[in-house]
Structure formats: structure tokens, C-alpha cells
Design a binder for this molecule. Structure first.
Ligand code: ATP
Length: 452
């Protein structure tokens, strides 16, 4: 028992995370050292305990089989604002062959291995607990941008996707992201890199469709001085520059078929050769591929190698198009509107704009939504953003067969809002102008959900 623990009569809570096989019985031993141990065998259980008890320190039993779940549980607890200090328990000392060795410093302040020296472990935990008690409450402030899920949305589709992204981020495998343009493949790749053990290394993004065919080989693999006319110095290609980090190859279906062989070879043996070079160069990077095209069709059309497809199609994440998560459309639109609104201004969507946005197909997905809202904010003369300002008039239910009651509400809302604006928010004047009583005016305001 540490001196501080003897002096204090407050209980010291310790969360023990056991998601895989138990390495050793920590709880019974540490109970003798004045720790109030709370064992969690699932992420939900850990979340519940973290909400109920003032836990400053936690232990995770870390084995190669449960490492991914452990890392993602720690991240989820962080997302929820639970910033306890973590200590790992491993069965053997970490060395060069331990798979999770690079991730340890990311998540843990220390690790102890079997056979455990209980006094040393108690000292580590006591020290962490004492220091944490001195810290001011942080709320969610310790959550960095990199650990917050970037894909906006509260619906099940996006929540599941965010959870899957977290899960794949911690393993070092190749990932394939598919989905329409503007669905957030680039955003997702950056987030995976930020969460991964390679986050301190470079993140190199290459759009395979944007590189001129004559330069693409050298851009990816580099060249030696004098390799071809104009090669007046050595050039390190994108792949080599991604060493120790992440290589994001966007629009992979646009990579010329001859280069797909070189890429496959690199994926197989992790070495490249610069053009004009004679030495294989080892490159250690994780590759994330993305495509908005259907790779299966590209194979049928002879534009994509089947062997490369099988090599990259192992961990695949599909980014849903915006129209697939309708329930989140207004949540996203309001967040984007807030981001675009200058500090001294205020904007809101008109009811018919809301209907039009919900009825619209969004072929360009969130990128299109961002662009439309940004343009509307710049061009609007009034605080009210209409479907015309968004450039999607004709998609609202007003025009697409909504029932009479819905159409009346849309019209009433427009009329009321205009009257309120014209009369500088003087409700009596607005009611007078519309030739209705104040009571009727307020009833209509309530029916149309207008926020006065
Ligand atoms: N689910 C999302 N949540 C928040 N922002 C998003 C989401 N999806 C896309 N965005 C935003 O939309 C824009 C386009 O995203 P991004 O470039 O990642 O899409 P993409 O799928 O890679 O598109 P492309 O296939 O055209 O390269 C970015 O500004 C990004 O921040």
C-alpha cells in the first residue's frame, strides 16, 4: 500500500478490463492493496462502470488475440470523456517480436509482465491515481480531433461504420474503401491513419486518376538521376515517402493496368525499385485503397487485374451514399450551416428547403451538400435559406406529391415567416397585416414549428 493510500480513507477505484483470456487474477491480489477493483468483460460494461464510479486508473490484460478490442475500448472510453490512465498487463516482456509494441505507448502509461511484482504494480497505479486526483476535471477536453469520429451522423449506418473504422484502424492490414464520390473516403483514410500505430509517420495521398499516364510510374516508384531524359536528379516516389506511415491510393481503378503489376509486386514483397535503379528498396507502409468505381466490373472489362483485386479486397469498408441515411440529412445540414455561418450572422433553413433537402438525391453526397450550403450562405440576402438558394428547387414535396395538409403547412410557414420579418418580429403587427387574431397567429406558429 502506498503512503498516500494509507493517509486517505477515500476508496481508490481500479477498472480491470478483461476482454480475452485472463492472464492472472489481478482483482483478488490488488484488493489486499486497498484497491476497489471493478472488472469489465465488455466495452458496454466498462462504459457503465466508468459512468458510475470516479475511476482514475485502469488495467487492461493485453494478449495478441484481444489487443484490437482493448485498443478500441480505450478509444471509446476516451470519446465518452473517461480519461483514466491505463496500465497494461502482458504475459511476457515486450520485445521486437511483440506485435502491439508500437501501440503500447499510445494507450498505456506503463506495462507490467508476468510474473507480476505486486508492490511495483501497486506503486505504478498509486502514483497514476494520485496524479490524476490533482488534475482539474477535464470533461471532454482531452479528446483530440484525431480521436473523434469524423463521419457525422447519428443513425445506425454511420454509428456502425465509425465502429468498424476504429476496429480496422488498429490492425496493420491493407484496407479497401468503396463508395460514391463525396461520401468521405478520403476523410476516413485520414482518420484510420490518425488512429493507427503509424500516426506519427507520414500520410501520403495519391489520386491515381489525376496523375498524367506518362509520369505515374515515376511519381509512384521514383527514379534515379539520369534514368530518362529530364531526370536530372534522384526523385523519391510517393510509395517510398510513405515509409513508416500510410499510403492512400485514391481512385485505384484508374491505375494503368501495366502499373498494377508493379503495385502487386510491392504489396507482395514490400520492396520497390526506382526507375533506373538496380537495388530493391524496402518500404514499410500500410496501404489504404479507395475507389468510387465497381472493381468487379472493371475486372470484367479487363481494366483491373483480378490478382490485385483479391490482394486488396480483404478488409473492405463501404461508405454509404447520403440518400441511404436520410434520417441524418438535417443533422448534417445544420452542422454544415453552422460551420459556414460567419460569427456576426445567423441563418436557418426555410421549411420548404428542409423538405427539398430530404427529397433530393444528393448525387455528390456530403461534398455536394457542403458546396450548396456554402454558396447559399454567401448569396442569401435574408437569414432564411430557401431551396432556390440551395439550387434544389423542384425537389421539395410541395412539387413531388405531398398531401394537402403538408402543402398548407409549407405555404403557411412561408407566409408567417415573411410577415414576421417584414414587421421586425412584432407579432401583433404581423397578425394585423395577415388579418388574423394574435391567438390564431400563435396557433399557426406552433403548427408550423416556427421558433420565435
Ligand atoms: N460522413 C461525413 N461526415 C462529415 N463530413 C464528410 C462526410 N463525408 C464526406 N464529408 C466531407 O465531404 C467532403 C468530401 O469528402 P472526401 O473527399 O473524403 O470524399 P471522397 O469519398 O474521398 O470523394 P472522392 O471519391 O470524390 O475522392 C470533405 O469535405 C469531407 O470532409
Amino acid at each position: 500500500m502506498t503512503k498516500s493510500a494509507k493517509k486517505s480513507c477515500r476508496p481508490r477505484y481500479l477498472l480491470i478490463l478483461e476482454l480475452g483470456q485472463q492472464i492472472t487474477d489481478i482483482a483478488s491480489e490488488l484488493a489486499h492493496h486497498n484497491w476497489h477493483c471493478l472488472t469489465a468483460t465488455s466495452v458496454d460494461c466498462a462504459m457503465t462502470l466508468a459512468k458510475q464510479y470516479p475511476i482514475h486508473v485502469a488495467i487492461a490484460q493485453l494478449t495478441p488475440t484481444c489487443q484490437t478490442q482493448v485498443f478500441s475500448t480505450i478509444t471509446r472510453l476516451k470519446h465518452a470523456g473517461h480519461t483514466m490512465q491505463w496500465v497494461a498487463i502482458t504475459s511476457t516482456p515486450c520485445n521486437n517480436t511483440t506485435k502491439f509494441r508500437h501501440s503500447l505507448p499510445e494507450y498505456f502509461i506503463d506495462y507490467h509482465h508476468l510474473p507480476l511484482d505486486w508492490h511495483r504494480l501497486d506503486h505504478t497505479l498509486g502514483h497514476a491515481n494520485g496524479m490524476a486526483e490533482l488534475m482539474p476535471p477535464t470533461g471532454n477536453s482531452s479528446i483530440t480531433a484525431a480521436t473523434l469520429p469524423p463521419l457525422l451522423g447519428k443513425g445506425k449506418l454511420i454509428r456502425d461504420l465509425n465502429a468498424k473504422i476504429e476496429r480496422v484502424a488498429y490492425v496493420d492490414n491493407t484496407i479497401l474503401l468503396s463508395g460514391e464520390t463525396g461520401t468521405g473516403k478520403g476523410l476516413c483514410a485520414r482518420w484510420i491513419h490518425a488512429l493507427s500505430a503509424r500516426h506519427a509517420g507520414p500520410m501520403i495521398s495519391v489520386n491515381c486518376g489525376a496523375l498524367p499516364p506518362s509520369l505515374i510510374h515515376s511519381a509512384l516508384f521514383g527514379h534515379e538521376k539520369g534514368a530518362f531524359t529530364g531526370a536530372d536528379q534522384r526523385y523519391l516516389g510517393h510509395i517510398e515517402r510513405a515509409h513508416k506511415g500510410t499510403l492512400f491510393l485514391d481512385e485505384i481503378a484508374d491505375l494503368p493496368i501495366e502499373l498494377q503489376v508493379n503495385l502487386l509486386q510491392f504489396i507482395e514483397d514490400c520492396t520497390i525499385e526506382r526507375i533506373g535503379g538496380s537495388q530493391p528498396i524496402e518500404v514499410d507502409c500500410r496501404i489504404i485503397f479507395a475507389t468510387h468505381q465497381n472493381l468487379e466490373t472493371a475486372i470484367e472489362e479487363g481494366r483491373f487485374r483480378e490478382d490485385l483485386y483479391h490482394r486488396i479486397n480483404i478488409l473492405r469498408l463501404h461508405m454509404p451514399s447520403l440518400r441511404e441515411y436520410q434520417e441524418d440529412i438535417m443533422l448534417l445540414a445544420n452542422i454544415i450551416l453552422k460551420e459556414c455561418t460567419p460569427a456576426d450572422a445567423e441563418f436557418h433553413f426555410s421549411p420548404s428547403a428542409i423538405q427539398a433537402m430530404q427529397a433530393y438525391d444528393w448525387p455528390g453526397n456530403i461534398r455536394e451538400m457542403k458546396n450548396r450550403i456554402q454558396r447559399a450562405v454567401v448569396m442569401s440576402d435574408t437569414p432564411r435559406i430557401t431551396e432556390s438558394a440551395l439550387g434544389i428547387a423542384g425537389h421539395s414535396k410541395e412539387y413531388s406529391g405531398a398531401n394537402l395538409a403538408e402543402q398548407r403547412t409549407v405555404i403557411d410557414t412561408e407566409v408567417l415567416l415573411r410577415a414576421i420579418e417584414r414587421n421586425n418580429h412584432n407579432i401583433s403587427a404581423a397578425a394585423r397585416e395577415l388579418n388574423i387574431s394574435r391567438t390564431t397567429f400563435y396557433r399557426l406558429v406552433r403548427k408550423c414549428h416556427i421558433d420565435l
